[in-house]
Design a protein around this ligand. Structure first.
Ligand code: FE2
Length: 376
């Protein structure tokens, strides 16, 4: 056997030794290393001991046939080029061998130059296949890597979103300390109703953000009006009502808050068209704003006011029923009524707990809870 480290190695299998000797010598003269053997069993033995790039195997041999050897080779050495040698009358079997994974077939008696050409082509084919395989694996690796990077980036973006929400919320809290717990409770009440209505995750996010920031426009209202104790004059009320547009203008410029901005703009609309700023009716009002209207009334009535104590949830419930079809969308009122009353009390306690734990840092105390709203 001819031997060099860089030459391709071919195993020639034929039960007639003179056949593999003749072909082997030709391969040797053509720059191949080669090994001959006389049976399929012997061939498998060689394959277990040494590396080969190609096999030329006779089809008809006593003991293990060429087809069986092909099958065994494909199991453990899929990258070896396999060429099946058949007699002229066995072409149909040769085609069968190709179907089973043979890379080419040679017709006996061998035309030696053609046989060497076939081995070269089969080796090139295997090389291409291996390169393609490597390329595919590399692509998969790149896709996996990019997917991981995207996941990390989108998590970071979500956190940035939350931080932006928190910063905006904190900005309003500085002006109007009453809103802090209110914004969070209303946001959670809205989520509860929206979930029961079967809203999508995207809708839930929009509604939670819109509800949380509904009064953000109040940062543009002068202190003399925003912090005034006692009743506002009608001019002052007109100025106060501009907070919905100020809030909308502010948020609609922030891409991830542009849909929530719609809720901010319409959070004072009423189902019967008597709200502001546009006097929209029924379905003209975005779903999130219609849900918000119910949640806002629920929270306003069940919170202490300078002029009265908090009312029980049952009283708020009666008021909401009374206003169904007027201030509120009857479908949303129906869903609201299907949610157990204690749910609202639990949310109120939960928000009070977060704020209480944070003491004077009440504004900061909202921050973890906002993130919670986003991921719920
Ligand atoms: Fe408002």
């Amino acid at each position: 056997m001819n031997n060099s480290d860089s030459n391709p190695r071919v195993l020639v299998v034929d039960d007639e030794a003179p056949v593999w000797e003749l072909l082997g010598e030709k391969l040797g003269r053509s720059g191949f290393d080669w090994q001959g053997c006389s049976s399929g069993e012997e061939a498998l033995d060689w394959l277990g001991r040494k590396h080969f790039d190609a096999i030329i195997s006779d089809m008809k041999m006593p003991g293990m046939t060429g087809l069986k050897l092909l099958e065994e080779t494909r199991k453990n050495h899929p990258h070896i080029a396999f060429l099946m040698a058949t007699g002229e009358d066995d072409i149909r079997v040769a085609v069968e061998a190709m179907k089973l994974g043979s890379d080419d077939y040679l017709v006996k008696p061998f035309h030696l130059d053609a046989a060497v050409g076939s081995v070269r082509r089969a080796l090139e084919k295997k090389l291409l296949e291996a390169e393609l395989e490597k390329y595919r694996e590399h692509l998969e690796e790149i896709v996996d890597q990019r997917t991981r990077q995207l996941q990390i980036a989108s998590k970071r973006i979500e956190h940035t979103y939350d931080d932006t929400l928190e910063a905006l919320g904190a900005a309003l809290d500085l002006r109007d300390t009453e809103t802090a717990g209110h914004s969070r409770r209303v946001s959670l009440y809205c989520l509860e109703i929206a979930r029961a209505m079967g809203c999508t995750l995207e809708q839930l996010k929009t509604i939670a953000r819109g509800a949380y920031l509904h009064d953000i426009g109040k940062i543009g209202i002068p202190d003399s009006i925003l912090l005034k104790e006692g009743k506002l004059s009608s001019e002052e009320q007109t100025v106060m009502q501009t907070h919905v547009r100020i809030g909308y203008e502010l948020l609609s410029r922030i891409p991830f808050l542009s849909t929530a901005a719609e809720i901010v703009l319409t959070h004072q609309e009423r189902y019967d068209g008597t709200g502001y700023p546009q006097g929209l009716t029924s379905e003209e009002i975005p779903l999130g704003a219609r849900i918000f209207a119910v949640a806002d009334t629920l929270d306003a009535m069940t919170s202490d006011r300078p002029y009265r104590q908090a009312l029980p949830f049952s009283t708020a419930r009666e008021e909401i029923i009374r206003e169904s079809g007027k201030q509120f969308d009857p479908d949303i009122v129906r869903v609201f009524l299907s949610i157990p009353e204690q749910t609202w009390g639990n949310i109120r306690k939960e928000v009070a707990g977060v704020r209480g734990r944070m003491g004077n840092l009440a504004r900061g105390g909202l921050r973890p809870s906002v993130r919670e709203v986003q991921v719920q």
